[in-house]
Design a protein around this ligand. Structure first.
Ligand SMILES: Nc1ncnc2c1ncn2[C@@H]1O[C@H](COP(=O)(O)OP(=O)(O)OP(=O)(O)O)[C@@H](O)[C@H]1O
Ligand SMILES: [Mg+2]
Length: 245
């Protein structure tokens, strides 16, 4: 569903990604883990066609990110931590506004909002103006807006930061239920328990490189540690010492 092939990205003298390659299969939630500045957001922004790679190629839902950027954008939903909402609109108005971009009819939009209300428990976020929304309320509308058009691929970049346990649970249940034969998710987070619960496979990124990739249990086994957090430290430490030899 998603293929990244030797993606590199430099920002002036900063080398954010170097020859990063990975694949995500349909039906998978693929986790992206890595310390601050590792290159996770950069990877997702390249795949979402928001920025261009310095070199390398990638495809999403069968479309090349360079040649078919428009098709890629139609195939994805992007959820990140801090997106703005239009303050004067109600949650529902925000969703109608975005549905019009996606060319959805009123009937289709209403049907979809109802589904998303059930999945995400949107509650009174639909009828209230987004001014004064709490972090969690905002995030629910941000997620609903990103998946209104039922995209085959969703990228989550620290989507649960700032959410209380109920809102977090709603998001996680949503992510868990999303993949199918024709859908996949990339889920980037710093929260190990979310990765353990949600991700079918995990790629660990460090200094712009993929240093390990496997199922959670296999990563733990590889590292000789007992849990994912310790495995994460161990694998990063190992690769750090390899990078310097
Ligand atoms: N627009 C930019 N201009 C300059 N440098 C950038 C830009 N975007 C990212 N970088 C740099 O690229 C590297 C990777 O950043 P990125 O945001 O992808 O990391 P990340 O893995 O998402 O980290 P975090 O966990 O903190 O979100 C960092 O060194 C960062 O400073
Ligand atoms: Mg980031």
């Amino acid at each position: 569903m998603i293929t990244a092939s030797k993606l590199s990205k430099s920002f002036a003298e900063v080398k954010a990604l170097s020859e990063l390659s990975f694949q995500v299969n349909s039906g998978e939630v693929y986790g992206l883990l890595g310390p601050n500045g590792a290159g996770k957001t950069t990877t997702l922004r390249i795949l979402a066609t928001l920025i261009e790679a310095s070199s390398g190629t990638a495809s999403v839902n069968g479309f090349d990110i360079k040649k078919d950027a428009e098709e890629v954008r139609k195939s994805i939903g992007v959820v990140n931590g801090g997106m703005g909402l239009y303050d004067r609109l109600t949650g529902k108005e925000v969703l109608y506004y975005f549905a019009s971009f996606y060319g959805m009819s009123k009937a289709a939009t209403d049907k979809r909002i109802k589904e998303l209300d059930d999945l995400l428990d949107l509650g009174d976020t639909l009828s209230r103006r987004t001014t004064g929304f709490s972090t969690g309320m905002k995030q629910k509308i941000v997620i609903a807006r990103a998946v209104l058009h039922d995209p085959p691929v969703i990228f989550f970049d620290e989507a649960t930061s700032g959410l209380d346990i109920m809102a977090r649970r709603a998001v996680m249940n949503f992510v868990k239920a999303y993949p199918s034969q024709s859908r996949a998710v990339i889920y980037s987070t710093h929260v190990m328990s979310e990765v353990e619960e949600l991700c079918d496979r995990v790629g660990i990124i460090y200094k712009g490189k993929l240093i390990a990739e496997d199922k959670v249990e296999a990563l733990i086994e590889q590292s000789g540690e007992r849990n994912l957090e310790n495995a994460f430290f161990k694998l990063i430490e190992r690769s750090g010492s390899e990078m310097h030899t």
